[in-house]
Design a protein around this ligand. Structure first.
Ligand code: TXA
Ligand code: MG
Length: 332
């Protein structure tokens, strides 16, 4: 398949180009699009044949359900029902934005989206191109991250081209994403909401709005095998570069570099000396934006080992830690 690369400036969106990509979605094709979190691989959520193409292009197991992306509340009513007051509060505060809510689904949502579940993950992305595209297609859009299965999520169109060129109808190049890791996922269908995946919205921000929320065990221990894979994605190894990833919890960076002289390292520590193999990142938001990019870049350069220096568990640090732990072969 010949994959069209469509360059769109998010600050001056070309309606002609958006209409073209929207027409592909209406025809049941799969297209990659930028969102504020990571690039997504979108198709008409109401068309099972179109959705099947997403799984095929990514090489993704079909027991892992997809998030549906919407642009307004009318579309929400089409796909989700019995929405709790807490869910409404979260939507009001964080939509459009990097928050996915698991809600009871309507009959309209095909089984292939939800892997046969009675719930559906929904989010309204905070990205001008994504919103314009969904509005123009006038369809709810199913979209996982636009990487091949097992690879880090893409934060620039070049990553998507590397993974999916030749496998999908079009890729929108809309520049780099703002956040760099995926949305926060909360299951709103149990009595106490459950954080299933930490992401762009922090646990602290959620707690401020709805108070009590429980944290699924896999959030802080993503490497433990889950008996009951609540978010089915949890059971798969994810976000892995080819390089070995070593996360530092107790060991100093200096010591770790002595142990692994061929490694490169990334660190939030102001006092470290930047060197060819050691990169300093000034804060957690920058680290979120850089981490998947850094993993991909290391693979391009055939780096065998990546050391990630200590990350505080607060704020978006919790989300970054979750991703790094998923990729890590060792925590020392
Ligand atoms: O930021 C994001 O969320 C990106 C952008 C493209 O929107 N999308 C994304 O999709 O990260 P994906 O497919 O890579 O991750 C979605 C996760 C999966 O782990 C899946 O298991 C979970 O959401 N999920 C989807 N529907 C679910 C449901 N009904 N119940 C529980 N988990 C669900
Ligand atoms: Mg993904």
């Amino acid at each position: 398949m010949n994959t069209k690369i469509v360059t769109i400036n998010p600050k001056r969106i070309s309606s002609e180009k958006i209409l073209y990509v929207a027409s592909l979605l209406k025809k049941g094709e799969v297209v990659a699009l930028p969102t504020e979190t990571v690039y997504g691989l979108g198709a008409n959520a109401l068309n099972p044949k179109a959705v099947k193409k997403i799984f095929k292009a990514k090489g993704r197991p079909t027991d892992n359900p997809l998030i549906v992306h919407i642009y307004n509340m009318k579309q929400l009513k089409l796909i989700a029902k019995d929405i709790s007051d807490d869910a409404k509060k979260l939507m009001r505060k964080f939509w459009p934005g990097p928050l996915t809510l698991i809600l009871p689904k309507t009959k309209k949502v095909p089984d292939i989206i939800t892997a046969g579940r009675e719930t559906v993950g929904v989010r309204m992305p905070h990205h001008r191109i994504a919103l314009a595209l969904i509005r123009n297609a006038d369809l709810p859009i199913a979209a996982p991250s636009a990487n091949s299965f097992g690879k880090p999520s893409p934060t620039i169109s070049k990553h998507v081209i590397e993974d999916l060129s030749g496998k999908i109808a079009a890729i929108i190049d809309g520049g780099s994403v703002k956040i760099g890791i995926e949305s926060t996922i909360i299951d709103m269908t149990s009595k106490t909401p459950v954080l299933l995946r930490p992401g762009g919205i922090t646990l602290e921000e959620i707690q401020k709005i709805i108070g009590k929320i429980s944290v699924h065990e896999s959030v802080n221990h993503p490497q433990k095998k889950m008996k009951d894979a609540l978010a089915p994605g949890m059971k798969y190894k994810h976000y892995s570069p080819k390089a070995k990833v070593i996360l530092l919890e107790k060991t100093s960076l200096k010591k770790a570099l002595e142990m692994y002289p061929s490694a490169i390292a990334i660190s939030l520590n102001k006092t470290i000396k930047e060197k060819k193999n050691v990169k300093y990142i000034k804060n957690l938001n920058h680290l979120a934006k850089e981490i998947f990019f850094y993993f991909r870049e290391a693979d391009e350069k055939n780096i065998p080992i990546i050391i990630v220096d200590k990350i505080p568990e607060k704020g978006i640090g919790m989300s970054i830690l979750n991703r790094v732990k998923k990729a890590a072969t060792k925590i020392i």
